[in-house]
Design a protein around this ligand. Structure first.
Ligand SMILES: [Zn+2]
Length: 310
């Protein structure tokens, strides 16, 4: 059966918009902040740190290499209370980076960040002193309290869109920023999507590649061979492309259920990323929160949402 990527994406956009309660638009988009606030155990980890530091984006971030997450003792990863007690690191989720067209729906524009808006958002992060961290650094921090650079943030890009390579990559490079790319493997090499060579290059350049299923099916509906089709095979493909173990997963549409956790764990994943909903209280490592950086957001709105949501 041929899968239409356009229809999949449309479904993804619609579902994610409904499910994650993030579909507000414009300068007063605060609903996702409210959703996140209930789960946040500190008021504002970013603001609590020294503000106004204008350190370059790379120096501090590179100071302490994170340990391989698989070497961290199981007891640490299983300490849900300890993990929940630590302030959350802000994590942004991007999809398409391109200028809007007349065909883009109002809802889709949350997921399509115009090029100038994207560049302005990233510049704001750099000007505000944010340092991008890797998922391994995040994992070490969450499980062991390992030190992070000041104003840590994680940038993630879902769905394999080509503009993540052609637009986001050089923009992030300007500031010494690294990111995490959650790849859905069905799209590799198709028009408007990244090729395997691009994914390998991103990985070689110090970004981290994560698994985002084969064709974006909802994890909550998997049965039988779905785990093999959606998780096992795509993950193996990504490991062959990058030559590295794939440790991290992002749920399509941000949708998860607790039955998915043991399935992901037994396949070697150490953590999984959702969207803005509250974390699971027993398995916070498998429901790490992200917010979608909306195409409607000015740098100032993004900054406010980062502070309020995490
Ligand atoms: Zn996705």
């Amino acid at each position: 059966m041929k899968v239409s990527i356009a229809s999949l994406l449309l479904a993804a956009l619609t579902l994610a918009a409904c499910d994650s309660k993030t579909a507000t638009t414009g300068e007063s988009a605060t609903s996702k902040a409210t959703v996140g606030a209930a789960d946040s155990l500190t008021t504002d980890p970013a603001a609590a740190k020294t503000s106004g530091t204008q350190a370059t984006a790379t120096d501090e971030a590179n100071a302490t290499p994170a340990p391989d997450p698989t070497t961290i003792p199981a007891g640490k990863a299983g300490d849900a209370a300890g993990i929940l007690a630590r302030p959350q690191v802000p994590i942004l989720c991007y999809h398409q980076i391109r200028d809007w067209t007349a065909r883009d729906s109002k809802g889709a524009k949350d997921y399509i960040v115009p090029i100038a808006a994207f560049k302005a958002q990233i510049k704001m992060l750099a000007d505000s002193g944010y340092h991008t961290i890797s998922p391994d650094q995040l994992y070490a921090y969450m499980t062991t309290g390992a030190k992070l650079p000041s104003k840590p943030i994680m940038l993630t890009f879902d769905d394999t869109d080509l503009d993540q390579f052609t637009i986001a990559r050089p923009t992030l490079e300007q500031y010494g920023y690294k990111a995490m790319y959650f790849v859905m493997t069905v799209s590799l090499g198709r028009p408007h999507y990244m090729t395997k060579a691009m994914v390998k290059q991103l990985s070689d350049e110090g970004n981290v590649i994560g698994s985002h299923t084969w064709d974006h099916h909802n994890v909550k509906k998997y049965q039988g061979k779905d785990w093999e089709t959606q998780i096992d095979k795509p993950t193996k493909t990504l490991e062959e492309i990058t030559g590295k173990k794939i440790n991290y997963f992002a749920y399509p549409f941000g949708l998860w259920n607790t039955q998915a956790f043991p399935e992901l764990k037994k396949r070697g994943f150490v953590a999984a990323f959702s969207l803005a909903e509250k974390r699971d209280q027993q398995d916070p490592l498998f429901t790490i929160r992200r917010i979608i950086a909306s195409g409607y957001w000015s740098p100032k709105t993004l900054r406010n949402n980062i502070v309020q949501s995490f």
